[in-house]
Design a protein around this ligand. Structure first.
Ligand code: 5AD
Ligand code: SF4
Length: 448
C-alpha cells in the first residue's frame, strides 16, 4: 500500500495530559499552515496524528489498537493507505518499536521535534518512513506559527520536562530535563491568545511551578511573577496553572493566591501517597507533614481554595497500613477533586524492578476504596458550594435548548439556562450539586 499522496485533511487525536492537548493544538496549527484542513467530524482523515501518552501501560498500548482501527476502516482509492503519524511520549520512548511493529505508521515524532512535522510529511508523501525523536537545543516554540484563534479557555505551555525522577515515572525520560520558556515569549503568546478570543489561560508544565525566567526589567522571577504580569492583560479574566510539585511551591506563589484576583482559587498539587516511607521510596522528596503545611499556608491566604491531587495506589512494597495512611491524608485534606491510579510499572524506571510488586487484585481493591473516599469528598465540596454566587466562564452549549456549560472559579462544571454566549463571564447562583456538575441560576451577564 502507498500512503495517500498530498493529504487534504488531518485529524490530531491527543491522549493523556493537558500538555499533549497543547501540543496537539500546535501540530494542528502547523498542518493548517500547509493547507491541510481538519477532517469533518465522523469523516475519515487522510492524515491522522496520534499524540500519545506513555505514563501508564494501558495508555501506551492504546496506540497499537488505534493504528489497527484506522487501517481497517480506511476507505480510499485502490492501493492507497492513510498517513499515520505517532507523536507524543510513546513516540519518544518506543519509536523504533513502533516502526517495527506497525508498518502502517509512516512518521514517528517526539514531543520536542514536532515543529519538523511539515518536513517529515514531505518525506512521508514521497514514500519514506521517517522518525524524529531528537531533543534539539533550539526550541520548537520558535519554529511554530503564531497563535491566531482561541476558544474562551486556552492552554499555554510555559515549562517542559522534569528533573525530579520520581521512581515510578517515565516523564524525565520522555520529556527530558526541566526547561522554562522565556518570559517575553510567554507574555506575547498569552496576548495573542487573548486577542484570538481566550478569556482564561491555563499555564502548563510538568513542573509548572518550577518555571523561572527574567522579566522585562531583567529581574529574575518565578511563576508568581509571570502570573502577575499576565494578570495585567486587560481582557484576560482568569489564570490557572498545572501541574505543580510540592517542593517548588514558593512563598511568592502561595502569596499570589491571596493577592491576584485573576488567579483562580484552585490548586492541583499531587501528593501520590500518604505515608512517608512510600513517599521516600517514590523519591518524592516531601513528607506528608511538609505537604500538609503547604496546603495550610495556601488556605490561610485563600480560604476558599479548591484542592486537587494525584494518587498512586499499590506502589511496590505498599502495605495495607501504608495504604490506610493515604486514606487518612484524604480525610484530613478534603479534596475538591482528584486523579487516582493503580501503579503501573514502566520500563526503565527504578520502581519497575523493585521487590514486592503488588498483586492486581490488591491494587483494584485499594483503588476502589480510595476513589470512594475521593468521590465522597468531591460531592461534599460541590454540595458546600450550593447557595454561593460566582462567575462562570461559558465554554459551550449544553444538550438542552438554551442550556450553557462552563466552569466555576473552583473548576467545577456548571450548567445553566438563559441568555448567554460562548466566552461570556456570567454571574450565577449555584443551585444544585451532583458529583460531577452543578446546576446554577443565571443572575446577570457580568461582562461580554
Ligand atoms: N503508574 C501509575 N500512575 C502514574 N503516574 C505517573 N507515573 C505512574 C505510574 N508509573 C501518575 C502520577 C502523576 C500522574 C500524572 O500520573 O499520579 O502525578
Ligand atoms: Fe513524574 Fe515526579 Fe516529574 Fe511529576 S515530578 S513528572 S511524577 S518524575
Amino acid at each position: 500500500m502507498r500512503p495517500t499522496q498530498n493529504p487534504k485533511t488531518y485529524r490530531v487525536k491527543s491522549f493523556g495530559c493537558q500538555m499533549n492537548v497543547y501540543d496537539g493544538d500546535r501540530m494542528a496549527e502547523l498542518l493548517a499552515e500547509q493547507g491541510i484542513t481538519p477532517a469533518p467530524e465522523g469523516e475519515q482523515a487522510d492524515l491522522v496524528v496520534l499524540n500519545t501518552c506513555h505514563i501508564r501501560e494501558k495508555a501506551a498500548e492504546k496506540v497499537y489498537s488505534d493504528i489497527g482501527r484506522i487501517v481497517k476502516d480506511w476507505d480510499g482509492e485502490d492501493g492507497s493507505s492513510p498517513l499515520i503519524a505517532v507523536a507524543g511520549c510513546v513516540a519518544q520512548a518506543e519509536g523504533e518499536e513502533i516502526m517495527a511493529r506497525a508498518p502502517a505508521v509512516t512518521m514517528v515524532v517526539g514531543p520536542q521535534a514536532y515543529h519538523r512535522l511539515p518536513d517529515m510529511l514531505r518525506e512521508a508523501t514521497s514514500g519514506k518512513r521517517v522518525t524524529d525523536t531528537d531533543m534539539p537545543a533550539e526550541t520548537k516554540f520558535d519554529a511554530l506559527p503564531k497563535r491566531r484563534r482561541s476558544g474562551p479557555t486556552a492552554f499555554l505551555t510555559v515549562q517542559e520536562g522534569c528533573d525530579k525522577f520520581c521512581t515510578y515515572c517515565v516523564v524525565p525520560y520522555t520529556r527530558g530535563a526541566e526547561v522554562s520558556r522565556p518570559h517575553a515569549d510567554l507574555v506575547e503568546e498569552a496576548k495573542r491568545l487573548v486577542d484570538g478570543g481566550a478569556r482564561e489561560i491555563t499555564l502548563l508544565g510538568q513542573n509548572v511551578n518550577a518555571w523561572t525566567g527574567e522579566n522585562a526589567r531583567g529581574q529574575p522571577v518565578g511563576l508568581d511573577g509571570l502570573i502577575r504580569e499576565l494578570a495585567e492583560i486587560p481582557d484576560l479574566a482568569r489564570i490557572r496553572y498545572t501541574t505543580s510539585h510540592p517542593n517548588d511551591m514558593t512563598e511568592g506563589l502561595i502569596a499570589a493566591h491571596g493577592e491576584i484576583a485573576k488567579l483562580m482559587p484552585f490548586l492541583h498539587l499531587p501528593v501520590q501517597a500518604g505515608n512517608d516511607r512510600v513517599l521516600k521510596a517514590m523519591n518524592r522528596s516531601h513528607t506528608v507533614e511538609s505537604y500538609l503545611r503547604i496546603l495550610e499556608q495556601v488556605r490561610a491566604v485563600r480560604p476558599d481554595i479548591a484542592l486537587s491531587g494525584d494518587f498512586i495506589v499499590g506502589f511496590p512494597g505498599e502495605t495495607d497500613a501504608e495504604f490506610e495512611d493515604t486514606l487518612g491524608l484524604v480525610e484530613a485534606v478534603g479534596y475538591a477533586q482528584c486523579f487516582s491510579f493503580k501503579y503501573s510499572p514502566r520500563p526503565g524506571t527504578p520502581a519497575a524492578t523493585m521487590d514486592d510488586q503488588i498483586a492486581a487484585a490488591v491494587m483494584d481493591e485499594r483503588l476502589q476504596r480510595l476513589q470512594a473516599a475521593l468521590n465522597r469528598d468531591q460531592l461534599a465540596f460541590n454540595k458546600a458550594s450550593v447557595g454561593k454566587t460566582c462567575e462562570v466562564l461559558v465554554e459551550r452549549k449544553g444538550k438542552h435548548p438554551g442550556q450553557w456549560l462552563g466552569k466555576s472559579p473552583w473548576l467545577q462544571s456548571v450548567h445553566f439556562t438563559g441568555e448567554a454566549q460562548i466566552g461570556d463571564l456570567v454571574r450565577v447562583e449555584l443551585a444544585e450539586a451532583g458529583p460531577n456538575s452543578i446546576s446554577a441560576r443565571l443572575l446577570e451577564t457580568a461582562a461580554a
